[in-house]
Design a protein around this ligand. Structure first.
Ligand code: SAH
Length: 400
């Protein structure tokens, strides 16, 4: 923020906004008005903040303050209703953010169920649904009246590209360009809420930090963004999940945060030899280190860790692998989300058949580990897990 022309309201918290209004000689309640305008009303310019006097709007503009709501550059709509957004920032960089509306019932284990699971651990999905609807009769009625989707999930990015280099992930092919600021992370959510005309808490929104990038390699900004999303945007903490490839020291730090989404860990292999081959970061933080951090992770009441496991045909999807996974996770308060590989150009692996996936799931379940198959969303528009890359290239190509 050295350059005054670069003060963006998006990303500032209560304390920082209070300092800003103080610096222009305004009373403290102005900070509240700014918070409301930015994170709840999601205004696009200072001019639109009608609660401020004309004079104050002019002063802020003179000081080089602007809102900084990211731009929606492109939108791709899938046959299944998933929407992939290309979101652009001040410096011309962009990321992808995915909107997954309530689908056709979904499956337990799909990210869209995140909130219900927290309310009713271990129960079947339909039971969890019935109970939470009962708890929110007014919201449910309202929803029916307005025909809005009752349960949608936003998948957000934390970095432009990714440095982790998982062999099966398209985002890895980009390398990492830069970290997103807290404002850019929160801004993705606000841009989508505005475009979809929904608002938490009236509309139930789940959030997953599972887009481009490794959130735990952009730790400070990610944590600040989570706080803003809960405190200012109004997303329920229990409906947020962050996924990490396994940055062990940050898993330890994360357990100590006061406000924190639920934790998911990308396991993806059942032994060190295989995991190092698929995820080179395993050389630095191997399975023993990862499992120790997971076992020591301070879970809250009715919380558990999710392990994601991408199934690659003939590579990590054999019954022996499933048995090894069961052994690794024995006795842990956890569940496994199985993801059959989403294919993409430049990815050398194949997607296993449904039977092979089901067999893997059965072995885990028979060992007492809750295991779910994640339904792919928006594969046709490259919006599914591990596919976020494509439009970055399209968008950076010269316009036709
Ligand atoms: N960097 C974090 C956040 C991304 S989450 C992490 O790795 O956890 C994206 C999830 O999709 C991860 O669990 C990852 O293992 C999975 N994934 C990556 N590429 C995939 C692909 N091609 N098909 C299916 N899942 C994939």
């Amino acid at each position: 923020m050295a350059d005054r022309s670069q003060i963006l309201l998006f990303g500032l918290d209560r304390v920082e906004l209070a300092a800003l209004v103080d610096s222009v000689g305004e009373p403290g309640y102005r900070a509240k008005q700014l918070l409301e305008a930015v994170y709840r009303q999601r205004v696009e310019s200072i001019e639109q903040i009608s609660t401020l006097s004309q004079q104050l709007r002019a002063t802020l503009a003179e000081r080089g303050v602007s809102v900084g709501l990211p731009r929606i550059e492109q939108k791709f709509v899938s046959q299944d209703g998933t929407v992939r957004y290309l979101i652009g920032f001040e410096d011309g960089q962009s990321v992808e953010t995915v909107w997954m509306p309530e689908g056709d019932g979904g499956e337990a284990g799909d990210g869209s169920e995140a909130g219900d699971e927290a309310e009713d651990p271990g129960a079947g999905t339909s039971g969890a649904k019935a109970r939470s609807e009962k708890d929110e009769p007014i919201a449910a009625l309202k929803r029916r009246a307005t025909q809005k989707p009752g349960r949608s999930t936003i998948c957000i990015s934390s970095q432009v590209g990714c440095a982790v280099d998982c062999r099966f992930c398209l985002t890895a092919l980009l390398g990492v360009k830069r970290n997103l600021t807290a404002g850019e992370i929160v801004g993705q959510v606000c841009a989508l809420l505005k475009d979809q005309k929904v608002s938490p808490p009236e509309d139930r929104i789940n959030l997953v930090f599972m887009g481009m990038g490794e959130p735990f390699l952009n730790y400070e900004n990610f944590v600040k963004a989570s706080r803003l999303l809960v405190e200012e945007v109004g997303i329920a903490e229990r409906r947020m999940t962050v996924s990490t490839a396994g940055i062990v020291p940050r898993i330890n730090d994360f357990g100590l945060e006061k406000i924190r989404p639920k934790l998911a860990i990308s396991l993806n292999a059942s032994n060190d030899e295989l995991r190092t081959r698929l995820m080179p970061l395993n050389k630095k933080w191997n399975l023993e280190m990862l499992m120790t951090a997971a076992r020591e992770y301070p879970l809250r009441a009715r919380e558990w860790i999710t392990f994601e496991y991408v199934l690659l045909g003939g590579v990590n999807d054999a019954p022996e692998n499933a048995k090894e996974v069961a052994e690794l996770l024995k006795g842990m308060r956890c569940k496994v989300n199985l993801i059959a590989l989403n294919p993409g150009p430049g990815i050398e692996f194949t997607t296993p058949g449904a039977e092979r996936v089901a067999e893997f799931q059965t072995i885990l379940r028979d060992s007492g580990i809750p295991a779910f198959v994640r339904r792919p969303r928006g594969r046709d528009i490259y919006a599914a897990c591990g596919q976020l890359k494509r439009t970055v290239e399209i968008a950076t190509a010269p316009a036709p």
